[in-house]
Design a protein around this ligand. Structure first.
Ligand SMILES: C[S@@+](CC[C@H](N)C(=O)[O-])C[C@H]1O[C@@H](n2cnc3c(N)ncnc32)[C@H](O)[C@@H]1O
Length: 398
């Protein structure tokens, strides 16, 4: 743990400048509030009720700031506990919070192994951290011990296949006792046959020192396959409720051959996700949500005409303007260009989504169509698969 702490004291990650808070809110997954609501609270959480979140290994503050800002925007009486080993990272996160005048954050320096001492949390974020622990299982168990019975957790772990080439590089750099300068030399001297050089999905080392250090000179890291993540969760008495983006974990997103599509569709969900990872080859990280295995309640929002669709980082009107019935939506799935069918009413529905109207209200504003529900659901499946459409239950909507 000391080596990991020392690394993040020297290279807080990711590199962030508090001044940028004036320009933009960094959003992402896990821990976008729309995702938390949709995947962990069935789209129905009442945000006027208190909400307590832990950001375990908060780094320079991305998830902490996103969560605190989104909860403040909703007027939610929230407390967000930021926890990290690195004081240098904490100082950056604190400066970002100060720029935004976010008062709901409690900053703590320490190990997530001590999370149970911090009370009980409705939500825990742990993004890019567990794979740096000596014993990730112990880390996850500590987080589960701090999770409320009906709470949920959002995790990011490195993906083994997408990081092809990283570990041989780390091994070579360790053998040389390399620093940043020597690492750069080796990077520019790699033969064409080297897997790291041949892997087009790795770019963190090109961004800045912190990125290079984190990718190639890390004191400790490991990566997971999909089956390894299911096993990790099972050992921690958790069950996975969603992969983000869902479509990337479905083999059919990558396959046009009808025989293969039928064969893969017949697999169990866990086997489909594992198949999709092997098929895609580019998953360098896995983002997912999980709840306690003992929590039997369905926590993922389901499509119904009463649900309120919300678009995320997408201009529905612009998409609607360019939409021609019969044309497919082109989407990038981790380097694979997928062509996804949209129903004829997609444009009309997208244009009317405002985060307040339910599908039923959208239907009422359109000329009658017998199969509106089927078309709305098809649109929802495609857009949700890309993590661009999430649902709020009618009663709990804001
Ligand atoms: C790759 S950074 C990720 C930061 C942040 N979660 C994000 O996604 O932007 C990993 C962070 O985990 C912290 N960390 C590593 N081991 C930890 C532990 N046992 N307890 C608390 N924080 C830890 C490091 O100090 C570092 O800030």
């Amino acid at each position: 743990m000391d080596r990991v702490r020392a690394q993040y004291e020297a290279h807080p990650y990711p590199a962030r400048d508090p001044k940028d808070e004036a320009k933009r809110l960094v959003t992402g997954s896990p821990s976008h509030l729309l995702e938390i609501d949709h995947y962990l609270f069935a789209g129905a959480r009442d945000w006027s009720r208190p909400f307590r979140a832990l950001v375990a290994g908060g780094g320079t503050g991305d998830a902490t700031i996103m969560l605190a800002q989104q909860l403040a925007d909703l007027g939610c009486p929230a407390e967000i506990v930021y926890l990290d080993l690195s004081e240098a990272s904490r100082r950056i996160a604190e400066a970002r919070a100060a720029k935004r005048k976010l008062a709901s954050i409690v900053f703590r320096t320490g190990s997530l192994l001590d999370a149970p001492d911090l009370g009980s949390f409705d939500y825990i974020d742990c993004c890019g951290v567990l794979h740096h622990l000596e014993d990730p299982d112990a880390g996850l168990r500590a987080l589960v011990a701090a999770l409320a019975p009906d709470g949920g957790i959002g995790i990011m772990l490195y993906g083994a296949l997408g990081r092809t080439g990283v570990y041989p590089m780390q091994s070579m750099l360790r053998a040389l006792g390399a620093d940043l300068a020597l690492a750069r030399r080796l990077l520019s001297a790699l033969p064409e046959s080297n897997w790291f050089r041949r892997n087009p999905f790795l770019g963190d080392h090109l961004q800045n020192d912190a990125g290079l250090y984190d990718l190639l000179l890390h004191a400790q890291d490991r990566a997971y396959t999909v089956p390894e993540i299911y096993a990790l969760l099972e050992r921690a008495d958790l069950r996975l409720v969603a992969w983000i983006e869902p479509a990337r974990y479905e083999p059919e997103s990558y396959l046009a051959d009808p025989v293969l599509r039928r064969a893969t569709a017949a697999l169990a969900p866990q086997d489909r996700a594992a198949f999709a990872e092997n098929l895609s080859g580019s998953m360098k990280s896995h983002v997912f949500y999980a709840v306690r295995a003992a929590n039997p309640a369905p926590t993922v929002a389901t499509f119904s005409l009463d649900a309120v669709p919300v678009l995320r980082e997408l201009d529905g009107s612009a998409l609607a303007r360019n939409f021609r019935p019969g044309t497919n939506l082109s989407a990038d799935l981790g380097g694979h260009r997928a062509s996804l069918p949209l129903p004829p009413l997609a444009g009309a529905i997208l244009e009317r989504i405002d985060g307040r109207r339910s599908f039923a209200e959208i239907e009422a504003s359109l000329p009658p169509a017998k199969d509106f529900a089927a078309q709305a659901e098809a649109l929802y499946r495609t857009m949700n698969g890309l993590n661009r459409m999430l649902l709020r239950a009618r009663a709990g909507s804001r």
